[in-house]
Design a protein around this ligand. Sequence first.
Ligand code: CA2
Length: 146
Amino acid sequence: MSKRVYILNGPNLNLLGRRQPEIYGYDTLDDVANFCGEVAKTVGIETDLRQSNWEGQIVDWIHEARDAAAGIIINPGALTHTSVAILDALNAFDGPVLEVHISNVHKRESFRHHSYVSLRADGVMAGFGVQGYSLAVLRMGELLKD
Ligand code: CA2
């Protein structure tokens, strides 16, 4: 049976492909779910992509992942830069964690340069557009290989 990986997305990422395409591109989150699912198959894992605008919901999904997922790929949106709660939840998760940012946060405002999640992440993708999610799925396949 293939290993399950949660792809968790934070606030406002439901707007992907519908606003600010110059920063985030034209693909929607449904597109991301679809191409990640296809890439996942090639590396023997399956993905479950979710999005919430609520910090507590993301914390709950990370707790759920402790029993239900082998790894987590997370784009926490703006919560990246503020949420100790998400960091604490990730610290209670035993599997690999990969952090994804569609934009290159290091080229943007200084408040986006710090990530609480990076204190736990095993790898970080930033500035690869939505392709960063597929690259993270490939890497996750490698990290979860038997
Ligand atoms: O680059 C990223 O993926 C970010 O995590 C996106 C967050 C931002 O706060 C982080 O600093 C970097 C913002 C997500 C908002 O997503 C939108 C997508 C399309 C249209 C409007 C917002």
